[in-house]
Design a protein around this ligand. Structure first.
Ligand code: SF4
Length: 328
């Protein structure tokens, strides 16, 4: 790491809590590690297990092979589905090929999948609030036949829907959205579709909302807020947006300590620091260690919630499992 040499000066750091890895991410990583232990390498993983390059590279070194689609998985080798979930067609393809599947879909994403499936089976059109192209959204849309789920991102998208106002319309949301923006879209849905049904508020998970709440508490008190996370991490990008809209003088996403904006840091007295739900705590500590080389830090943790959530690992099928045993 190339740290510029300069006299150390004081810098206050407000450290958000909770921050970083959530229960779904920790479970997904543990699943790949356990699959490597049980089956031996290579273990194939469809898509990035979580959106974090450090985690993916570490698992690669242990023998995980990340692939875009199942046709890159040799017959008989185990494949792990990522925390973001998969479309039904992917599950069916794995079953048809009798691939041993270990499903690392976060249980909170799987809950949304079940709700969408339930609504579609009941004949209700479903509106999904989410970001087009995100892995989780692709998986959730894929729980229903093409055309059964309508994707919207904004109130303006809701206005463009051509669904009948006198029918029961269901909705679901991506789990990693910004809380306030999503509430605005749900409000617009309620206005347009009086018979709207869905979750009590939204499907945004505890980890996403806790991390946003912690950022909101810190943002008005800092000159710059840094989010440790990957550019393709939805919840990390939302943290940057939340910081910008709730009073941080400046907010940026960094992947590692080597991305620290040293010139900008020289101009500030207070820094906010958090991490997206797919970023390990080790990367936050790496950032703090790098800052200590340059500044005398006064680190104050601002805790908004205690998190005790954990998820059990799924069943690991034997190699060459029958299709109906292959996935949970
Ligand atoms: S961010 Fe939420 S939904 Fe996504 S893996 Fe973590 S706990 Fe699960």
């Amino acid at each position: 790491m190339n740290i510029p040499s300069a006299p150390r000066r004081p810098l206050t750091v407000l450290l958000a809590a909770p921050r970083g890895s959530c229960a779904g991410v920790e479970r997904a990583i543990a699943i790949v590690e356990e699959a490597l232990r049980r089956y031996g390498p290579p273990v194939y993983v469809r898509h990035e297990i979580v959106h974090n390059r450090y985690v993916v590279d570490r698992l690669k070194r242990q023998g995980a092979v990340f692939v875009d689609e199942l046709d890159a998985v040799p017959d008989g080798r185990p494949v792990v589905f990522s925390a973001h979930g998969v479309a039904e067609t992917v599950r069916q393809e794995a079953g048809r090929r009798r691939l041993p599947v270990v499903d690392a879909t976060c249980p909170l994403v799987a809950k949304v999948h079940r709700a969408v499936d339930r609504h579609v089976r009941a004949g209700r059109p479903v509106v999904l609030i989410g970001h087009d192209g995100h892995a989780e959204v692709v998986g959730t849309l894929g729980q229903a036949p093409p055309g059964a789920v309508h994707l919207v991102e904004s109130p303006a998208d809701v206005d463009r829907l051509t669904l009948p106002a006198d029918r029961t319309i269901a909705y679901a949301t991506q789990t990693t959205l910004a809380v306030e923006e999503t509430a605005a879209v749900v409000t617009r849905l309620q206005q347009r579709f009086p018979l709207l049904t869905g979750p009590a508020r939204d499907d945004i998970c505890y980890a996403t909302s806790n991390r946003q709440a912690a950022v909101k508490a810190i943002a008005p008190r800092v000159d710059l807020l840094l989010v440790v996370g990957a550019p393709n991490s939805s919840n990390s990008n939302r943290l940057v947006e939340v910081a910008r809209t709730t009073g941080a003088g400046d907010a940026r996403l960094i992947e590692r300590a080597h991305d620290l904006p040293w010139d900008r840091l020289e101009t500030i007295a207070s820094l906010g620091l958090t991490a997206g739900a797919s970023a390990p705590e080790l990367l936050v500590q790496e950032v703090l260690d790098a800052l200590r080389l340059r500044f005398t830090l006064d680190v104050r943790t601002v805790r908004l919630a205690e998190e005790t959530q954990s998820f059990r690992l799924p069943r690991f099928p034997p190699l060459f499992a029958a299709p109906d045993q292959a996935a949970e």
